[in-house]
Design a binder for this molecule. Structure first.
Ligand code: GLN
Length: 538
């Protein structure tokens, strides 16, 4: 039992109903923002019921972007939303997966920590889940911990997590726990009617497990009509005031504001027996207004190979939006599939004709690499602002080595292991690694910027920390040659790895080995994105 005077952590559990991608992540992040704006300290956990230990081994088509945390976790993209809305850095511990839970329970079993017992989903798996949630709560010291359960209520793999949070209600107490259920309210195209039956069913499913939601957030293209709200309330066994509507808005950053208008945060605080305070949302409102009123378009070519699922590049899109808002620009993203360029089905010249800037996106493997190189070539030759991120940077170095240095067939050993000119090569310490999960160079490391470079002028600092996720790097043997031909290394890691490159004399041609997009925040855009868009709109 906690001592009476000890501060109790408050837990808000967010579940989803009807279908995935319903907006739980944004709802969670928005609730966090509204509470933080009232002076409460908040952290957020994402639970993913898949068996992968982390998202790092998944294809972006399966999962969307892999979000890399400061401490090198390869996590779910919702952590990106939390970091951006809450303006905090999270740890890899803030993403809990079934894989992690089972791995540690099985390891404990092998060590004999459960000697004599039958190890079972209840209580061993559920205890492990609860202890991980509480560990994050304790380490963060947050007043309020948001816990988003991935997937949809009713999924078999989500059951142990729902059981764990059901138990937490009993153990932490009614006043210290809150269940928010986010579910879809579709509109019938024939009648325009808002249909509440799917929500009713998902609430029933939740109750079958023993969870009575305290709040329903209805995701609907339009604001919820009174009739639909009353119906949901009745079937969910809640007062109508506990039903909120998360409707389609121009920008995701507006979601906290529409929820605030409906009194969601005040309702939550009342229910958790916490004092309500006047929220400080001025800066956020200002940021949203900047996005909504920006009228000068800036066209950005996004060159990559997962262009069909834009979520694969979510943080890059958001980072571009943050920079655009700062500059009062309206970003227009034009997507170019690198494999089509490679197969001759898309003329890379179109990229320079149709855009003001180019972002060469990160990636792995050989498919599409030649297409990206062709895009980089036209951008460089036409002096159109270009930012190459990670793989994009590596390919920019290859393009330069081939077409400026004249090193025919220069390549990365990731693409062509027998290239005569391995300008990009495996990091030495990676040579002995055989396991693929969580073994890249991951997370934030310090980078020392070279004075007098464009990159330095953008960061305005000598040492910067950016997050990494790669196995290959610029081969140090080629640095002198590259520099003699007009490429400049603008930043090195403290142990001498190439981290940033730029082209002397170009309007803006920058390559970044780390991913600057992960640390971009509303009202505090990543310097390289700001630099790119400034150059593009000049
Ligand atoms: N495939 C490259 C590497 O491993 C780049 C990775 C990336 O773009 N994230 O180094």
């Amino acid at each position: 039992m906690q001592k009476k005077w000890a501060k109790m952590t408050k837990y808000i559990f967010i579940t989803g109903g009807v279908l995935s991608s319903v907006g739980k992540g944004i709802t969670t992040a928005s609730i966090g923002l509204l509470l933080k704006a009232r002076g409460y300290s908040v952290t957020a956990i994402k639970i993913d019921p898949y068996i992968n230990v982390d998202a790092g081994t998944m294809n972006p088509y399966m999962h969307g972007e892999i979000f890399v945390t400061e401490d090198g976790g390869e996590t779910d993209l919702d952590l990106g939303h939390y970091e951006r809305f809450l303006n905090i850095n999270l740890s890899k511990k803030n993403n809990i997966t079934t894989g992690q839970i089972y791995l540690s329970v099985i390891e404990k079993e092998r060590r004999g920590e459960y000697l004599g017992q039958t190890v079972q989903v209840i209580p061993h798996i559920t205890n492990e889940i609860k202890s991980r949630i509480r560990e994050v709560a304790k380490e963060s010291g947050a007043d309020i911990v948001l816990v988003e359960i991935g997937g949809t209520v009713g999924d078999i793999e989500g059951l142990p997590f729902l059981e764990a949070i059901r138990q937490m209600r009993l153990e932490e107490g009614f006043d210290n726990t809150l269940f928010v259920h986010v579910a879809l309210v579709p509109i019938l195209s024939t009648t325009g009617e808002q249909k509440t039956k799917p929500v009713q069913h998902s609430v029933q499913e939740l109750r079958r497990i023993g969870i009575q939601p305290d709040i329903i957030v209805a995701r609907c293209p339009k604001p919820l009509e009174e009739e639909a709200r009353n119906k949901i309330a009745l079937y969910a066994n809640l007062p109508p005031e506990a039903v909120f509507s998360n409707y389609d808005v121009e920008t995701i950053y507006e979601v906290p504001l529409i929820l605030e208008k409906q009194g969601l945060a005040s309702y939550i605080l009342r229910r958790l027996k916490l004092e309500d305070r006047k929220p400080d949302l001025d800066a956020w409102i200002d940021f949203v207004n900047k996005i909504k009123t920006a009228s000068k378009p800036v066209r950005i070519a996004m060159v990559g190979k997962y262009t069909k699922l834009r979520d694969s590049y979510l943080s890059i899109i958001e980072a571009t939006r943050h920079a655009a808002a700062e500059l009062r620009l309206k970003p227009i993203f034009n997507w170019y599939e690198a494999t089509l360029i490679e197969r001759g089905k898309l003329d890379p010249a179109r990229i320079v004709e149709e855009n003001d800037a180019v972002i060469v996106l990160p990636g792995f493997g050989s498919r599409g690499a030649e297409g990206k190189i062709a895009a980089i070539k036209v951008a460089r030759e036409n002096n159109i602002p270009l930012l190459g991120i990670c793989f994009g940077m590596q390919l920019a170095v290859i393009e330069f080595a081939r077409n400026v240095l004249g090193l025919e067939d220069a390549n990365s050993t990731e693409i062509d292991p027998s290239t005569p000119h391995p300008v990009i090569d495996l990091i030495e310490s990676q040579r002995y690694i055989t396991m693929l999960g969580g073994t890249m160079r991951l997370g934030a490391y310090p980078i020392k910027l070279e004075k007098g470079t464009l990159v330095y002028s953008l960061y305005k600092r000598e040492i910067v920390y950016e997050r990494h996720r790669h196995r290959y790097e610029v081969n140090p043997r080629y640095v002198d040659k590259l520099e003699a031909a007009g490429m400049k290394v603008s930043g090195y890691s403290l142990d001498g790895r190439v981290e940033f490159i730029e082209l002397k004399g170009a309007k803006f041609f920058v390559g970044s080995q780390p991913h600057p997009e992960y640390k971009s925040r509303p009202m505090n855009p990543a310097p390289l994105f700001l630099g790119l868009l400034k150059a593009a709109s000049a």
